[in-house]
Design a protein around this ligand. Structure first.
Ligand code: TYD
Ligand code: MG
Length: 460
C-alpha cells in the first residue's frame, strides 16, 4: 500500500500548520514563515511513547537513574546534566554557530570513550577530516570514538543497531534528513521527524543521545520550538564568541535541576572547565571606578560574583538611549523609575548603558539593588569601594525585598574578599563569619550608606 502524501503549509518558526499559505502565523505572529511541505500520513504512525513504554512497570521496580548515569569526563558538563548522561535520554545542546558546541561534544565524546563506553559521532555538518583536525588540536587520539559523516537518519539508525554504541552524538539536527519526507533538511517537518526518530531509538535501546541545534539570532533553536518540548533536556551555550568565557545552562531537564550552569573557558586546547568562576569574572578589578559594583548572583545552587557596570552620558537623541547587555531592559527601566521618584536621581536627558562584565547574563530580580547603586555611582561620579557587594529585589516603593540564598551569597562575597555586603536580611539568616553585612531596607538607605544619596554627601 503506498503511503498517502499530502501537502501542508507549515510555519518554520513555531511548527503550526495550515491547509493553505498564510502571510502571518496565527500561532506565533511571525510574518512570512509559511513554507509548503509534503507529509506522509504514515509518518504519524505509532507515537514515541507507545513504542517505548510498551509494558506497565510497578513504580517500586522503576530503576533509579542516578546509579546508571554515565560520567562525561567533563565535570562542568556533568553538573549541568545533573550528574552525567542518563541512559535513554535525548539531550539538545543549542547555541549560536561558532560558540563551541562541536568542540565541547568532541571533548565529551572522548571522555566517555576513554571510560570504556563506545561513541558514535555523526558529523553531518563537517567532513571527517575537519573533525579529525579539531580532534588533533584538542589532543584527542580517539580510541573508542567513531565518526560518521552522514545526514540520513535511516543510515544512522542502521549504524546504531549494528554497532551498538554507548553514546550517540548528532551534529547537527538541522542537517539530519529523513528521506521518507519530501521536505528540505532544517525545515520544521524534517527536524521534528528526525528528532522523533532519535527519541524513539534512544528510548528503545537505552542509548543516551546528544543532538546539536543551531540557534537563530533571536535565541530560539532554528526553526522549531517544538523540538524543546520533545527532548528530555535542553542545554544552551551562552556567552559571545569574542569572550573566552562560555556558559552552558540547562533550561529544561527531566533528570536534574534547570538552574545549573557549567562555566568554560575557550582556549588553544579547547574548552576547559572553570571551577572558580567568581575569581575569574572579577579578576581584572584593580581600583574602584565609578559605575561599577559587584553582585553575588545565584546560578543554580552556586553563587557567582559578577561585576555590574553602568555609564551615563548626555543624550543627543530626542529619546535618550537605554542600552543593556546581560540585564533585562525592563529591569533597568523600572530601577531608573524608582531612582527618579524615590531617590531624586534624574536620568531624563541622559543616555544610559548597563552591562555585566565577561558576557554573563543575570535574569534574577536580585540584580535591582546593584543596578541602582551602579547607576547612582556613575550619575554622581562617585566610585563604590572595591570591598562592596550588593543584591536585592527593589519594589516600586523603593523597598528592598529579600531574595533566596542570602547566606551563601554573603559567604561567596566574603570568600572573594568583598567584606561589605548590602542587602535586605530575612529573619533567621545565619551569621557569616568574616563578612560585614549591612542590612538595608530601601534604595534610599543603601544609597545613603555608600554616600550616593542626593541629600547625603557634602560633595553636593
Ligand atoms: P565549534 O566548536 O566548531 O563551534 P560550533 O560547533 O558551536 O559551531 O568552534 C568554536 C570556535 O572555537 C571556533 O571558532 C574555533 C574556536 N576554537 C578555539 O578557540 N580553540 C580550540 O581548541 C577549538 C577546537 C576551537
Ligand atoms: Mg559545529
Amino acid at each position: 500500500m503506498s503511503p498517502k502524501v499530502r501537502t501542508v503549509w507549515r510555519c518554520q518558526q513555531c511548527g503550526a500548520s495550515a491547509p493553505k499559505w498564510l502571510g502571518r502565523c496565527p500561532e506565533c505572529g511571525e510574518f512570512g514563515t509559511y513554507v509548503e511541505e509534503m507529509e506522509r500520513s504514515e509518518r504519524n504512525g505509532p507515537s514515541v511513547s507507545r513504542l517505548s513504554a510498551s509494558r506497565p512497570v510497578p513504580l517500586s521496580e522503576a530503576t533509579a537513574e542516578d546509579a546508571l548515569r554515565i560520567p562525561t569526563g567533563t565535570p562542568e558538563f556533568d553538573r549541568v546534566l545533573g550528574g552525567g548522561l542518563v541512559p535513554g535520554s535525548l539531550v539538545l545542546l543549542g547555541g549560536e554557530p561558532g560558540i563551541g558546541k562541536s568542540t565541547l561534544l568532541l571533548q565529551v565524546s572522548d571522555g566517555v570513550a576513554r571510560n570504556g563506553t563506545s561513541v558514535l559521532y555523526v558529523c553531518g555538518e563537517e567532513s571527517t577530516s575537519q573533525v579529525g583536525m579539531r580532534a588533533r588540536r584538542l589532543g584527542i587520539k580517539g580510541d573508542g570514538l567513531e565518526l560518521m559523516p552522514e545526514v540520513d537518519v535511516e543510515a544512522v539508525e542502521h549504524a546504531v543497531r549494528e554497532r551498538r554504541p554507548g553514546l550517540l552524538v548528532i551534529d547537527s539536527i538541522q542537517t539530519a534528513y529523513d528521506p521518507a519526507l519530501d521536505a528540505a533538511p532544517g525545515s520544521v517537518s524534517q527536524v521534528r521527524a528526525c528528532a522523533a526518530r532519535f527519541m524513539r531509538i534512544a528510548k528503545e535501546t537505552g542509548l543516551p543521545t546528544v543532538v546539536v541545534g543551531h540557534v537563530t539570532k533571536d535565541g530560539t533553536i532554528a526553526g522549531p520550538r517544538v523540538l524543546e518540548h520533545m527532548v528530555d533536556s535542553v542545554l544552551y551555550f551562552e556567552g559571545d564568541r569574542d569572550h573566552a568565557f562560555r556558559i552552558v545552562r540547562a533550561v529544561k531537564n527531566r533528570f536534574g535541576s534547570v538552574s545549573e550552569i557549567g562555566v568554560f573557558e575557550m582556549g588553544e586546547g579547547g574548552l576547559a572547565g572553570v571551577s572558580d568562576p567568581s575569581g575569574v569574572f572579577l579578576g581584572q578589578r584593580q581600583e574602584a571606578l565609578t559605575g561599577s559594583v559587584v553582585m553575588p548572583a545565584m546560578e543554580g545552587s552556586r553563587p557567582l560574583l559578577v561585576e555590574l557596570q553602568a555609564l551615563v552620558t548626555p543624550s543627543f537623541t530626542p529619546v535618550p538611549r537605554r542600552v543593556t547587555t546581560g540585564v533585562e531592559s525592563a529591569r533597568l527601566l523600572q530601577v531608573l523609575a524608582v531612582l527618579e521618584r524615590r531617590a531624586g536621581l534624574s536620568f531624563g536627558s541622559l543616555d544610559v548603558y548597563v552591562s555585566i562584565a565577561g558576557g554573563v547574563r543575570v535574569a534574577e530580580p536580585a540584580v535591582d539593588l546593584p543596578l541602582a547603586l551602579a547607576l547612582a555611582s556613575t550619575l554622581r561620579d562617585k566610585a563604590i569601594g572595591l570591598e562592596v557587594a550588593a543584591f536585592g529585589e527593589v519594589g516600586l516603593t523603593g523597598r528592598i525585598r529579600p531574595v533566596s540564598h542570602t547566606a551563601s551569597r554573603i559567604r561567596e562575597a566574603s570568600r572573594q574578599g568583598l567584606t561589605r555586603v548590602l542587602s535586605s536580611l530575612p529573619p533567621g539568616t545565619p551569621v557569616v563569619e568574616g563578612a560585614s553585612h549591612t542590612a538595608v531596607a530601601s534604595v534610599e538607605e543603601a544609597l545613603e550608606r555608600l554616600g550616593l544619596a542626593v541629600a547625603s554627601g557634602k560633595d553636593r
